[in-house]
Write a protein that binds this ligand. Structure first.
Ligand SMILES: C[S@@+](CC[C@H](N)C(=O)[O-])C[C@H]1O[C@@H](n2cnc3c(N)ncnc32)[C@H](O)[C@@H]1O
Length: 342
């Protein structure tokens, strides 16, 4: 946030709201800057000139911080019709230099049409000065979790480097998914692992979990079936200086023979691969089983699946955590079950 000099009207705190309204009505209120405390009893309201229609204690030259303009402010300042402002998305993700936004299905009545999406996209580029492309998020489909998406504004360059918890993830958002909602889980995987631990990341993607774990000192066997994601996984291991800790394999995790103290199963259909996970896991090892589960069935369904698979392998399960990572879709949660397998 930058500061710039300007004028401020000083008033007693209890008068703040009333004076602000009067300043606005007179057309002297400066909405581009913030109201701030002046001292213990008084506030400073940003004004463009001395008001004449309401009494204020003083008008002083003061640097008040500049208010970051939100999407609605930018749209309104561009004269965009109010129905577009109202229908514009209220949240989005910034992945590297790309703004990822969900406009909903364009064919559904009430959602913004293509022209309006472009208008909103351009306003988003103004809100996020460092971003250069706005990508409308489509669905994510198929075994390889391919994202569908459409560039609505900006240069159209969807290749970027996203930095999170000090880790750089290079990716092209038009070809590889990146789930902002999994941020805490990515951090958690780096926190729970110990130096020298052997990890099997069965669905590694571009290194979402493998990289934080490798950086924490684990020795990670990272399987990825999709060549594009695998290539990024290798690139990202290099980029983050952890090539020695990431053994990146291109192919189906079911063909990997490895021994692990911990298995990460970051894929919504992961339960179908529990046999492979249990084969790799040492006694007393830990499994993190992800699943997209109807809300009412979490955590019972993944727990049941884990217990069934363990029983079939003659092993026992001690579940020590089950948590909701994010909402997956209406009524469906992305959850994770953590368990020791004896
Ligand atoms: C959901 S994505 C990765 C999600 C990631 N863990 C996250 O939290 O954002 C799942 C990945 O598993 C990969 N995959 C699917 N089936 C696989 C298999 N049988 N063996 C290895 N990788 C697989 C997909 O290509 C995809 O990159």
């Amino acid at each position: 946030m930058t500061d710039r000099p300007g004028k401020a009207a000083i008033v007693e705190k209890p008068r703040t709201e009333r004076v602000a309204e009067a300043l606005e009505a007179e057309g002297v209120y400066d909405p581009s800057r913030r109201i701030e405390a002046y001292d213990a009893d008084r506030v400073a309201l940003p004004v463009t000139r001395r008001p004449t229609e309401i009494d204020v204690e003083a008008v002083v030259a003061l640097e008040l911080s500049v208010r970051e303009r939100g999407l609605a402010d930018v749209l309104r300042s561009r004269g965009v019709p109010e129905h577009v402002v109202e229908a514009a998305p209220s949240s989005w993700a910034v992945i590297g230099n790309v703004v990822l936004v969900d406009f909903g299905d364009v064919s559904v009545e009430g959602t913004l049409d293509r022209d309006a999406r472009e208008t909103v996209g351009e306003a988003l580029l103004e809100v996020h000065g460092d971003a250069d492309t706005v990508l409308a998020r489509g669905g994510i489909s198929g075994t390889r979790r391919d994202p569908a998406g459409e560039v609505v504004a900006g240069s159209g360059d969807t290749e970027t480097v996203h930095t999170e918890h000090g880790i750089e993830y290079a990716l092209d958002l038009s070809e590889t998914m990146f789930s902002p909602g999994n941020k805490a889980e990515r951090a958690r995987m780096g926190d729970v692992v110990s130096t020298g631990e052997r990890v099997f990341d069965m669905f590694a993607g571009i290194g979402y979990f493998s990289l934080p774990m490798a950086r924490a000192g684990a020795s990670v066997t990272a399987a990825e079936i999709d060549p594009t994601s695998h290539r990024r996984l290798v690139e990202n291991a290099r980029r983050n200086g952890v090539t020695g800790n990431v053994h990146a394999l291109l192919g189906d995790c079911r063909t990997v023979e490895t021994t692990a103290d911990r298995v990460v199963m970051g894929y919504y259909e992961a339960h179908e691969y529990l046999g492979t996970a249990l084969d790799a896991l040492v006694s007393g090892g830990i499994v993190h089983l992800h699943e997209a589960t109807p809300d009412a069935m979490f955590p019972d369904r993944p727990l049941g699946r884990l217990r069934d698979a363990a029983a079939a392998a003659g092993r026992t399960v001690d579940v020590f955590d089950a948590r909701r990572v994010k909402s997956h879709s209406a009524g469906v949660v992305h959850g994770v079950v953590d368990a020791h397998i004896e």
